[in-house]
Design a protein around this ligand. Structure first.
Ligand code: DQA
Length: 140
């Protein structure tokens, strides 16, 4: 069975309550349940942290074992060379995900420091971005 990690960065533990006009009102728990039903052939794992180093540790932990990582690095997307390096350092393909269309938002969100290390990027489709990223990993 394929193993895929959905990895969420800072403030994404508040999905469903955080700025619902931008991120919607669905919780991550509900989204994960829907995803697991949709992809019964995949063992979906989930990890969220607000701490940059913990995200790096998780990438190292699964990055030579799992078949794919769906990564919403939140605001670290725009700031973290360390996450870029961690993604480069592992073998598992990483798909960058954003719930919102970052290019319709503040200019400081238009730069991603991790895209260059990822196989691709999906954003702007709400929580469906996660499903599309899993589809992309399964199609690799
Ligand atoms: C986000 C976009 C980022 O700019 C922001 O900092 C987030 C969420 C998204 O999913 O749209 O925390 O990654």
């Amino acid at each position: 069975m394929k193993q895929i990690l959905v990895l969420n960065g800072p403030n994404l533990n508040l999905l469903g309550r955080r700025e619902p006009d931008i991120y919607g009102d669905a919780s991550m728990e509900g989204c994960l349940a829907t995803l697991q039903e949709r992809f019964p052939e995949v063992h979906l794992h989930y990890y969220q942290s607000n701490v940059e180093g913990e995200l790096i540790n998780k990438l190292h932990e699964v990055g030579f074992i799992y078949d794919g990582i769906v990564f919403n690095a939140g605001a670290y997307t725009h700031t973290s060379v360390a996450l870029h390096d961690a993604i480069k350092a592992i073998e598992t393909p990483v798909v960058e995900v954003h719930i919102s269309n970052v290019y319709q938002r503040e200019t400081y969100r238009h730069t991603s420091l991790i895209t260059g290390a990822c196989v691709g990027v999906i954003g702007g489709f709400g929580m469906d971005s996660y499903r599309l990223a899993i589809e992309a990993i399964l199609a690799l």
